[in-house]
Design a protein around this ligand. Structure first.
Ligand SMILES: [Fe+2]
Length: 279
């Protein structure tokens, strides 16, 4: 492998299976790529080979969806070992996971479920973030998730909970601006107050995606273009946090690669003119 760049800047895209062949052959001028870590928990095969080839030309972010960081079962050491092996292989700039739980009693649920925002849950998830960082020997990013219900016992606003995890553990934050917008609409809070509560220095990556608005609440499908209101919130986030590396996520009804690249180009133009858009 040639000398790998490990710095992220600008607007990247999530690399998904339908686009791998085209990205390999065309090497589009996108500054970095993000992949779902668990798709590469293998010791060989074409998917890993393609990733390692792309890694010679693109900085990489590894984004986990299956660690159940906030879960009540012990952290899965086999899962962590596979992640450590992938980190060794790919030398990613960033490694992230979701601030959620996704299993109980050894059963894995294929979803990113919200935590009850309580002192007990905060202490629990903070200790597990610290455990993961110790195991991997590096800092991780944790991402705020979308949700469609809130726990009656919650005592801490979501934004304070997210900020406190970063403060307690020294981890960084992956600020999903679409998730903030979706939750603000679903739960009736102020998305700008959420952004204002996050520690500026901890924001290491931003996610943007599209949602479904056809039902009684917004559903975070990652299956549509970024909504105009989310672009507007993103502009305010960049004005506040500076030019944070930003990723376009698209996981269902995946469009042609050109559509993702156009969304990334829009994010890039906002990253390059933060002051003009700060008003
Ligand atoms: Fe996200």
């Amino acid at each position: 492998m040639k000398n790998l760049s490990t710095a992220l800047a600008g607007a990247g895209i999530g690399l998904r299976a339908p686009h791998v062949r085209q990205v390999l052959s065309e090497r589009p001028a996108v500054p970095w790529l993000e992949v779902h870590s668990e798709n590469y928990y293998v010791d060989g095969g074409p998917a890993l080979a393609a990733l390692l080839r792309l890694r010679t030309d693109y900085p990489l972010s590894l984004h986990g969806v299956g660690m159940s960081l906030g879960g009540a079962d012990p952290l899965d050491r086999a899962h962590l070992s596979k992640l450590a092996r992938l980190i060794e292989r790919t030398e990613p700039a960033l490694v992230s996971e979701h601030l959620c739980w996704s299993g109980i009693g050894g059963r894995h649920l294929n979803d990113l479920l919200p935590l009850p925002y309580t002192d007990e849950a905060l202490a629990h998830v903070a200790s597990r973030v610290a455990e993961v960082q110790d195991f991997l020997g590096r800092e991780i990013l944790v991402e705020n998730v979308s949700s469609y219900l809130a726990f009656a016992d919650a005592t801490i606003p979501e934004w304070e909970f997210v900020a406190a995890v970063a403060r307690r553990t020294g981890c960084k934050l992956l600020c999903d601006v679409n998730n903030i917008y979706v939750n603000a609409m679903n739960h009736g809070f102020d998305a700008d107050a959420y952004l204002a509560a996050l520690p500026r220095d901890a924001i290491a990556e931003i996610h943007l995606a599209g949602f479904d608005a056809s039902g009684p609440c917004l559903i975070d499908t990652h299956g549509a273009p970024v909504a105009p209101d989310v672009w507007a919130l993103y502009r305010r986030a960049i004005a506040r946090f500076g030019p944070v590396p930003t990723l376009i996520e698209w996981d269902t009804d995946i469009p042609p690669l050109a559509t993702l690249l156009a969304e990334a180009a829009t994010a890039q133009s906002i990253l390059e003119t933060p002051d003009a858009l700060a008003a």
